[in-house]
Design a binder for this molecule. Structure first.
Ligand SMILES: Nc1ncnc2c1ncn2[C@@H]1O[C@H](COP(=O)(O)OP(=O)(O)O)[C@@H](O)[C@H]1O
Ligand SMILES: [Mg+2]
Length: 299
């Protein structure tokens, strides 16, 4: 792919992502009118598609910071889902609950019918092999070249021979447009290439669920669009449940088949993308259109 030129990318790495909703603040609704935004409540099971992941009335606090406040959310099987919400709303905290890096104070997180918080460590370790996780910036090991980075989960979790590993790594690197780049070191790569390398690494164990935490952060709109296309293509090829977390509305428009709008630790509305973009809910309308007018106040 020709979209990556490291010198240019460095200039584009800076805080682009945080300005997407510039000027709009996300204050909680006044205490006197808590139902103003008609939060999604109760257990879900509303969709026709079986759920890959379910949050059931999940509460999570850090000290006095009540982050998840009765989160009910269902991520359908076999689709690319978006969880969209402003920064600091608890999106990354959600991902950590899905993979069992954080546990709920109350409620349950179910993955393929198994309760993550009640799994013994050994079973959780097994279950984690189902997940591919793409953290911000790809989270590559700086001291390893791309090939070794992508091969790492296979060496760690399987007994495969180096020959078998090479076949998988080469295929996955080609799939994300990094064929032949295996000897490059992470610091020689643009932000977009690092993300694609992280994507390749997240795929090598044939995950049934792939989680992307703000894959668009630090990328300009063109590279974001290309990455979104890549996510769709790879999903079409491999299937499973893909969950893309973002605060960027344009990304949601591009990839999301199913969208959950998260705000202040709860889902305001969720459903098929077309329904969400036609929503009557004033918060959802304002947030998805990126407009200044609406229930979200100006700073
Ligand atoms: N391990 C942690 N310890 C304490 N506070 C945390 C921790 N992880 C997240 N938080 C807090 O939880 C809130 C939501 O964070 P996060 O999920 O990262 O937001 P975002 O939606 O931007 O991903 C923030 O106020 C953050 O400071
Ligand atoms: Mg986050």
């Amino acid at each position: 792919m020709g979209e990556d030129r490291p010198a240019e990318d460095v200039a584009n790495e800076e805080p682009v992502a945080e300005t997407a909703n510039a000027g709009v603040s996300f204050e909680p609704p006044p205490e006197s009118d808590p139902e103003e935004f008609s939060y999604h409540t109760g257990t879900t099971h509303a969709s026709k598609v079986p759920a890959a992941i379910e949050f059931i009335d999940v509460h999570k606090s850090f000290g006095r910071n009540h982050v998840l406040r009765g989160l009910n959310m269902e991520i359908p099987e076999g689709q690319v889902s978006m969880i969209i919400g402003p920064s600091g709303t608890g999106k990354s905290v959600c991902i950590k609950h899905i993979v069992g890096l954080l546990y709920p104070d109350e409620g349950d997180v179910i993955v393929h019918g198994q309760s993550i918080p009640s799994l013994p460590d050994a079973e959780l370790f097994e279950l984690r092999k189902k997940f591919g996780v793409l953290f911000q910036d790809g989270a590559l090991f700086g001291s390893m070249n791309l090939y070794d980075n992508v091969a790492f989960p296979l060496r760690q979790h399987t007994e495969k021979s180096e020959e078998e590993i090479a076949e998988i790594v080469d295929r996955r690197m080609r799939e994300v447009g990094l064929g032949g780049e295996g000897t490059k070191m992470p610091n020689e790569l643009s932000g977009g290439m690092r993300k694609r390398a992280g994507f390749a690494r997240s795929l090598v164990l044939d995950p049934e669920i792939v989680l992307f935490d703000e894959p668009d952060s630090g990328l300009d709109p063109v590279r974001t669009a290309l990455l979104c296309e890549l996510i769709k293509e790879v999903h079409a090829e491999n299937g499973g449940a893909y969950v893309v977390i973002t605060h960027d509305i344009m990304s949601a428009r591009r990839v999301g088949e199913h969208i959950s709008v998260l705000w202040k630790g709860r889902v305001v509305e969720s459903g098929p993308a077309a329904e969400l973009f036609a929503s009557e809910n004033p918060f959802v309308r304002q947030f998805l259109s990126g407009e200044a007018q609406g229930p979200l106040g100006m700073e």
